[in-house]
Design a protein around this ligand. Structure first.
Ligand code: CO
Length: 156
């Protein structure tokens, strides 16, 4: 496994509509491993394939160091509620902003073994799923964030 270079603000790959994965092979599993290692190395809670320069519909998430989600072709099939919270992104180091997201989401995806899976999420996991799936459509949090600032603000 190896830590990959993270694509930063301004790199065109971050704006691409990513292609669906049609073949889960050794190369894809290797990418999932490298994305996970990169996410942990940079202390992120999620990473999308375009952020490492690969425009395909793949993301890796781990918000609690208990369960890692490896999402291939993830799709949000249900959303409920709305909540605003502070958000950042590995491609925009040091920048944070308030983003409105659904409070709960249901996401269907395929795992690295080719099995269909469903996750019902709320809280940080729900936020992270929406953020990473946005990446797969070239959507960046800074485009929808309010009160963008350098550095994480203290909560009042
Ligand atoms: Co991001």
């Amino acid at each position: 496994m190896s830590v990959m270079e993270i694509k930063k603000m301004g790199e065109p790959v971050l704006k691409e509509i990513c292609a669906p994965v049609d073949r889960i092979d050794k190369k894809l599993r290797h990418l999932l491993d490298d994305m996970a290692e990169t996410m942990y190395a940079k202390e992120g809670v999620g990473i999308a394939a375009p952020q490492v320069g690969v425009p395909i519909r793949v993301a890796v998430i781990d918000v609690d160091k208990k369960k890692r989600y490896e999402l291939i072709n993830p799709v949000i099939v249900e959303r409920e509620g709305s909540v605003i919270d502070q958000e950042g992104c590995l491609s925009f180091p040091g920048m944070f902003g308030d983003v409105e997201r659904a409070e709960k989401v249901k996401v269907e995806y395929t795992n690295r073994y080719g099995k269909k899976r469903v996750v019902d999420a709320e809280g940080l996991l729900a936020r992270c799923l929406q953020h990473e799936i946005d990446h797969l459509d070239g959507k960046l949090f800074i485009e929808i964030a309010n009160n963008l600032s350098e550095g994480r603000r203290e909560r009042s």
